[in-house]
Design a protein around this ligand. Structure first.
Ligand SMILES: [Zn+2]
Length: 229
């Protein structure tokens, strides 16, 4: 089973340029274009279930809109736009730091607020997907086994407790993945995990290294139009 589907990956929607922020008007332009093209958004889990054969076939033109880190201001800046244009997104939370700050960033971005447990529950209740982005936002490729397992498995359990539902998807912090990490992610109970390889063709073999379109390349309208063709 193969499918061509763009996973658009974002961090923030804001005008301040911190953490690869995309301005709200550019984000809205993406959404407007996708709606005009008749594109439908699916969760990473829906994509995975299509690829592993356990879910229903997907509509012909699908995308996944994906946010790393779960910055709290997405609730004010991205969520209303997603609602206005009728899209759902996938939000990947750093499970050990809910309601805290993005300490792993540089400079002023270290002070950005992350969503709390209650805010994640609110997002999930509105039909958005919540996945894991690890426990402590560590690169997974060089961790000893016990620490790797904690990042993968404990983060999933924390989020499942917060949400009261199963958590089946993962986005690797920094996009760092190796064959070993991918195997561990599968053993920890995930259905699929997203890396940062570029591309939009997915198969069962790529379930644990799903490729993406980096939204940073879509900051201006010219590149956005180019992407549409
Ligand atoms: Zn991140």
């Amino acid at each position: 089973m193969k499918i061509r589907a763009s996973i658009f990956y974002f961090h923030r929607v804001a005008g301040d340029n911190l953490e690869a922020a995309v301005p709200a008007e550019v984000f809205a332009e993406h959404l407007r274009l996708w709606r005009a093209l008749g594109v439908q958004s699916v969760s990473q889990e829906q994509l995975a279930r299509h690829l592993d054969g356990s879910g229903p076939p997907l509509p012909p033109r699908v995308i996944n809109i994906s946010f790393d880190d779960c910055y709290a201001d997405l609730l004010d800046r991205a969520l209303p736009l997603l609602e206005e244009f009728g899209f759902k997104a996938s939000f990947f939370a750093v499970a050990g730091h809910l309601g805290r700050k993005s300490f792993w960033s540089q400079g002023a971005a270290r002070e950005l607020d992350l969503m709390s447990a209650g805010q994640l529950r609110q997002l999930a209740a509105q039909g958005h997907e919540i996945g894991s982005h690890g426990l402590n936002h560590r690169s997974l490729t060089w961790l000893p086994l016990d620490e790797l397992w904690a990042e993968l498995s404990d983060s999933r359990q924390v989020l499942e407790q917060v949400l009261g539902r199963s958590v089946t998807t993962l986005a690797y912090p920094f996009g760092d993945v190796s064959p070993w990490v991918a195997q561990a992610a599968e053993a920890a109970g995930y259905r699929a995990a997203r890396g940062l390889r570029r591309g939009n063709l997915h198969s069962r073999q790529s379930l644990f290294d799903l490729s993406v379109i980096n939204s940073m390349r879509l900051r201006d309208r010219v590149s956005l139009r180019k992407m549409a063709h």
